[in-house]
Design a protein around this ligand. Structure first.
Ligand SMILES: C[S@@+](CC[C@H](N)C(=O)[O-])C[C@H]1O[C@@H](n2cnc3c(N)ncnc32)[C@H](O)[C@@H]1O
Length: 722
């Protein structure tokens, strides 16, 4: 800031020197001498560099632009312009400026060869050229991301996996075909599609505006007793006031967010918040500075003096009181000045904003971690990377998504980057929703969690359940009783699983050296296996009751998915791989929308199968698999409750089937060698089928990047290849 001040004084002095004596009007000013023009260019360029130093990008751009009017081919100024445009998110223009910078360096190299300049100079220019090429590459990458939503997600997953607290700073946000609109009817602001979109299309990708990873919470931080929010969430809320004071962009974005219990703020100001849609970026990518760069040296005109003065004023404002630019933050009282003239942020309001809008980065699937009644605000039904770090963050544009238990998007995180894709084809103007909860929680759990947040969900899933309860009160009561029993059983299963510590005789899931014959999760202790088998039998009985109680309902996953996955895991740990695989298939089947006659269709499939196959223990499972895979193939026709869970459970089914063939049969069942061979072959086919199903769903709902699929399911896929 001091440097900028000094340059400004220098510029003022030169300005005076350039002025002709007498009382000419500014328009009549004469061109100053070549030497003065050179000095001016240097001072303007240095001013640009100073502005870059404290993030005053608009001022840096203005200064660099003025400097280039005097020295249009100056390599350093072109680099400063590229950096300023990069900071402003104008990536294509920044790439143009960077290319011009590289051309200027190439010319310098050429003339240094012919002028026999010192080798030191040539080395320095060559090094700058290499840096410039790298910079250009990263600008082109950001332009592709911001303008077209083209991300190297597998590369980002690797970047994320390389750190325990990943922050993917080198990537740009993408705001696709969505915009904020007023929903009215007490539902606040929502996101709607700005054009028709296809299932799987990327709607939004953005870095967290603020994020705290679990591992970043100081050990000394003890949340107040009874607190429902995670430690990272609370820590984030504590950090926000200082962060809002330090960044006007963050303050602006936060100020438009809703905090339950407060009046809903107006629609966010796009300029203030910097929510630039990809379409607008694409349009801005032509012309602008890139074109104006062609302008030759010019006289010091009054207009330019005014531009320099404005750039200076803006830089000073940005450097001294960053948050002055967040106008609505002042109106709302989120930012204030204290009696000592210091800037401060309303921590209570920010705490409320956090409570209403935070997402968790690696919410676990319910089968991995039973839902706890929905205290987490961001539980999502997507398979987390095995390496993904847990944390709480704010993604301020995603905060305008309203909730629906049966939503029309899929979301996932790569480090601190949030991706949201459409999970259905949607027309223009359709409301885009996400689920704040895990849709696989029971209706009662979801309703209770949303009640705490002050609203009731009226989505198709919830209204379907309400209608079913009205029509079938006995079945609903039966289901509720069974789910209560399931909760008791769940606690016993959790206790049993806790018993598989490395010191116990069962092999822990973290042990190494697993092979298909002795998978890591297989319990080798006979007593433990017997205990688990007993629990599995009780779960099977309970599931048979739940199936009856929910027969005829459109969606059954909320009741069936979790117990089936849990059953599969128990069976797998007992070495009953085939039964485990079939339980995973049932879990998968429960995710697909049930239609009238679906059960009859499955029975029909089994009957058909009967005619062509010898009756055997694989039969029921094969029919179920065929039905499930068929369901996966026609998801366009009907829906999956949670595509993320469907992909995960399909992978798990594939792994379970891969273990069937070569696994030893406990207890022996006296089957022939040929029969064993037949089963082995059938299991192999089923493995391939389920892997293909998982990949098919991945393509439909997650953009289809196979490398990312490999990264997400690395451990499981390795097991499949063994
Ligand atoms: C993350 S904000 C979503 C955006 C919000 N509508 C706004 O204007 O800021 C969460 C809040 O939106 C409201 N909301 C979200 N989903 C809703 C729904 N399905 N029905 C009614 N209100 C909802 C609730 O007040 C909730 O606490």
């Amino acid at each position: 800031m001091d440097a900028l001040h000094a340059y400004q004084q220098g510029l003022a002095a030169l300005q005076q020197a350039c002025q002709q004596p007498g009382d000419q009007q500014p328009e009549e000013q004469q061109p100053c001498s070549e030497q003065l023009a050179k000095c001016l260019a240097i001072l303007l360029n240095n001013s640009a560099a100073a502005c870059l130093g404290f993030g005053a990008y608009e001022s840096a751009r203005a200064y660099a632009h003025l400097a280039l009017r005097r020295a249009p081919r100056d390599a350093t100024t072109l680099l400063h312009l590229a950096k300023a445009l990069d900071g402003l998110g104008r990536y294509s223009e920044a790439a143009d400026a960077c290319e011009a910078h590289l051309n200027a360096l190439a010319r310098q190299l050429q003339s240094s060869n012919s002028n026999s300049n010192s080798s030191g100079f040539r080395l320095a220019v060559t090094a700058a050229f290499t840096d410039g090429q790298r910079f250009l590459q990263s600008l082109r990458q950001r332009a592709a991301e911001a303008e077209r939503g083209e991300y190297n997600e597998a590369g980002m997953a690797r970047e994320a996996a390389a750190s325990t607290t990943p922050r993917l700073e080198r990537h740009a946000d993408f705001i696709g075909p969505v915009q904020v609109a007023d929903a009215g009817e007490g539902r606040g602001r929502i996101l709607v599609t700005s054009q028709p979109v296809r299932a799987g299309q990327l709607l939004l990708a953005m870095r967290a505006d603020a994020l705290c990873y679990d591992s970043e919470v100081p050990a000394s931080f003890h949340p107040p007793p009874g607190q429902q929010r995670s430690r990272a969430h609370l820590q984030l809320a504590r950090q926000l006031p200082a962060a809002a004071v330090a960044s006007s962009r963050l303050a602006a974005r936060l100020s438009y967010l809703h905090a339950n219990g407060n009046p809903v703020p107006p629609l966010p100001d796009v300029q203030e918040c910097g929510f630039v849609p990809a379409a607008a970026r694409h349009g801005a990518a032509t012309g602008g500075d890139a074109e104006r760069l062609q302008a030759g040296p010019a006289a010091v005109a009054a207009e330019e003096v005014a531009v320099a003065a404005r750039a200076y004023a803006a830089a000073v404002a940005a450097g001294t009181s960053a948050s002055q630019q967040a106008r609505y933050a002042w109106t709302r009282g989120l930012l204030q000045t204290t009696w000592r003239d210091q800037l401060s942020a309303d921590s209570q309001l920010l705490d409320g904003i956090c409570a209403t809008n935070v997402f968790e980065t690696n919410p676990r699937l319910p089968a991995e971690q039973p839902a706890t009644g929905g205290s987490s605000t961001g539980a999502a039904a997507v398979a987390a990377l095995e390496t993904e770090a847990g944390g709480s963050g704010l993604w301020t544009l995603a905060a305008y998504f309203n909730h629906a238990c049966l939503d029309n998007t899929e979301r996932y995180f790569l480090g601190d980057f949030l991706f949201v894709r459409a999970s259905r084809d949607l027309p223009a103007g359709a409301e885009v929703t996400i689920t704040y909860l895990n849709p696989l929680m029971s209706f009662r759990e979801r309703a209770r969690a949303l009640e705490k947040r002050g609203f009731a969900c009226g989505c198709e899933l919830c209204s379907g359940e309400i209608e079913w309860r009205r029509r079938q009160p006995e079945k609903a009561a039966q289901e509720a009783d069974l789910l209560d029993c399931y909760r008791v059983l769940q606690a016993q299963i959790a206790e049993e699983e806790a018993d598989s510590s490395p010191t116990s005789s069962a092999t822990s899931s973290t042990s190494s050296g697993s092979s298909p014959a002795t998978p890591a999760f297989l319990s080798t202790h006979p007593e433990q296996r017997a205990r688990r088998r007993r629990l599995a039998t009780r779960l099977q009985e309970l599931l048979s009751g739940l199936r009856d109680a929910t027969r005829g309902r459109v969606w059954r996953a909320a009741a069936l998915y979790r117990p089936y996955v849990q059953l599969a895991e128990l069976l797998q740990s007992c070495g009953d791989f085939q039964e485990a695989a079939e339980a995973y298939e049932e879990a998968f089947g429960s995710l697909a929308q049930q239609r009238d006659g679906d059960d009859a269709a499955a029975a029909g499939a089994a009957d058909n199968h009967d005619h062509v196959s010898t009756t055997g223990p694989l039969l029921a499972g094969e029919a179920a698999a065929a039905a499930a895979v068929a369901a996966a193939a026609v998801v366009g026709d009907r829906q999956l409750l949670s595509p993320g869970s469907a992909v995960l459970v399909a992978v798990k089914a594939a792994v379970a089937w891969s273990l069937v063939g070569p696994a030893p049969r406990f207890g022996g069942d006296g089957i022939t060698w040929q029969e064993q061979e037949r089963r082995r072959e059938a299991a192999k086919q089923r493995t391939r089928l389920w892997e293909a199903t998982a990949r098919g769903l991945w393509c439909r709902y997650f953009g289809g990047n196979q490398e990312l699929f490999e990264a997400r399911f690395a451990v499981s896929l390795r097991r499949l290849r063994e």
